[in-house]
Write a protein of this length. Structure first.
Length: 374
C-alpha cells in the first residue's frame, strides 16, 4: 500500500465538488486579488478562533515579519525564541536587524523552558516568540504573566496548532494564536488548515494594532496611494481564500480524525520502552499537526531507514537546532549551549498522520515499528 505523510489527494477527493465550485466561482467573478472570498475567509477565521481581528497575508513567514514590524521593534532589540523550532521563527528576527536570544525548551512538550527564559532576560528584551509545536499550546498562562511582568510583547507562532484550545486555571478558554499580543499562522498545504499554495494570517484583539498590521501588509497604506509607513506586499489571493473557506468548515472533523490516529499510535507504543509517545499538555487540546515520537538509545536513524525500506515515510522535525544552523552562528552560540534542544534533534521522529488515514494503513506502520523493536 502507498503511505504518505500527508495525503492531500484523498482529502481533496472527499470535498472535490465543494472545492471545484469555490475555485470556479472566483474564476467566474475574475476578482483574483482581494475578492469577496478573502473577506469571507477573514470573517470565518474570526468566527472560528474567537480573535477580534484576522489579517490575511501571503504566508506564515510574512505573518511573523509583519507582526514584528507592527510592534515597532528597533535594530538591536532582543527577541526571546526557542532553540528548537522551524527556521522561520528566527529568520524574520534576523532579517529585521533584531537579535535572537535562544531559549532552551522542555524535553517533553518542546515549549520554551520558563527557567531558562528568566535567565535570558535582559534590559534589551522586547518580546517572546512562543511556538505551539506539533499541535498543542504552550503554557500560555505562565508566559502571559511573565510577559506582562517584564513589559514584553508576546507573539504566538501557531502555524502547527490552529484549532488547539488552551484552558486557563480560572476556566477561561482561548484558541491558539488569540492569547498573546499577536498570533500568526500558515496555510501551507500540509498544515491542518491548508490551502493549495501559500497563505497566512495574523490575529490580534487590539484595534490599533490590527490597523497597523493591515497597513503594513498592504504597502503601508490605509488609503490607496497614500503610504503612511514602510510596508510589504503580502496578501492571500482569492482562489486560496475560496479553498480555505471550504476547508475551515471541515477543520473540526480533521482535528478529530488526527486525534483518532494519535490515540491508536499511543495505544500501540505506550508500553514500548524504546519509544516515548507525545506528552499531552494538561491545559491544551492537541490537533496533532505531527505525531512525533522520541526514539531512545541512538536508534532513531536506524528506525527511519528501516521504515523507508518498508515503504513507510517519516520525517525529522528538526535535525539541527536553530543555534547551530550556519546562518545563526554569528550570534555566538555553540554546541552544548542547549543540551535538551540538541538531544531532541537526535531523538525526534514524526510518523505519518493525516485526516484520511485508514486503520489498515496505520496497522501496517505500527506492526513494522513493533517488529523493529522486537
Amino acid at each position: 500500500m502507498q503511505i504518505q505523510m500527508v495525503d492531500l489527494k484523498s482529502q481533496y477527493d472527499l470535498i472535490k465538488s465543494e472545492i471545484d465550485a469555490a475555485i470556479q466561482s472566483v474564476i467566474d467573478q475574475s476578482a483574483f486579488i482581494n475578492g469577496p472570498a478573502v473577506k469571507e475567509f477573514r470573517q470565518a477565521l474570526v468566527d472560528y478562533t474567537g480573535a477580534k481581528h484576522a489579517i490575511t497575508c501571503g504566508n506564515g513567514t510574512d505573518a511573523l515579519q509583519i507582526a514584528m514590524m507592527a510592534l515597532d521593534f528597533k535594530p538591536g532589540d532582543e527577541v526571546l525564541v526557542p532553540a528548537f523550532s522551524y527556521v522561520a521563527t528566527v529568520e524574520v528576527i534576523a532579517l529585521l536587524g533584531l537579535k535572537p536570544i535562544f531559549v532552551e525548551v522542555t524535553p517533553d512538550t518542546y515549549e520554551i523552558d520558563l527557567h531558562d527564559l528568566s535567565r535570558k532576560l535582559s534590559p534589551k528584551s522586547v518580546a517572546i516568540v512562543t511556538v505551539h509545536l506539533y499541535g498543542q499550546c504552550c503554557n500560555m498562562e505562565a508566559l502571559t504573566a511573565f510577559a506582562k511582568a517584564h513589559g514584553l510583547k508576546l507573539i504566538e507562532d501557531t502555524a502547527q496548532a490552529i484549532g488547539a484550545t488552551y484552558t486557563f486555571s480560572n476556566g477561561h478558554k482561548a484558541q491558539a494564536g488569540t492569547i498573546g499580543d499577536i498570533g500568526t499562522t500558515s496555510f501551507f498545504p500540509s498544515k491542518n488548515l491548508g490551502c493549495y499554495g501559500d497563505g497566512g494570517a495574523i490575529f490580534t484583539n487590539d484595534d490599533e494594532l490590527a490597523e497597523k498590521l493591515w497597513m503594513i501588509a498592504n504597502h503601508g497604506q490605509k488609503k490607496k496611494y497614500h503610504h503612511d509607513s514602510i510596508g510589504v506586499n503580502s496578501r492571500l489571493d482569492t482562489i486560496q481564500a475560496a479553498i480555505l473557506n471550504v476547508k475551515i468548515k471541515h477543520l473540526d472533523r480533521y482535528t478529530a480524525s488526527r486525534n483518532q490516529v494519535a490515540d491508536r499510535y499511543d495505544a500501540a507504543f505506550q508500553d514500548l520502552k524504546s519509544i516515548q509517545i507525545p506528552r499531552r499538555a494538561a491545559a491544551s487540546t492537541h490537533c496533532f499537526h505531527q505525531y512525533t515520537i522520541q526514539v531512545a538509545d541512538g536508534q532513531r536513524d536506524h528506525l527511519k531507514d528501516y521504515l523507508s525500506q518498508k515503504g513507510i515515510p517519516s520525517m525529522i522535525y528538526y535535525p539541527l537546532p536553530l543555534h547551530l544552523q550556519n546562518a545563526y552562528l554569528e550570534f555566538g552560540y555553540k554546541k552544548g549551549d542547549f543540551p535538551v534542544a540538541e538531544e531532541l534533534c537526535q531523538r525526534v521522529l514524526s510518523l505519518p498522520i493525516h485526516t484520511e488515514m485508514s486503520e489498515e494503513q496505520q496497522s501496517f506502520i505500527i506492526d513494522h515499528i513493533l517488529n523493529f523493536f522486537s
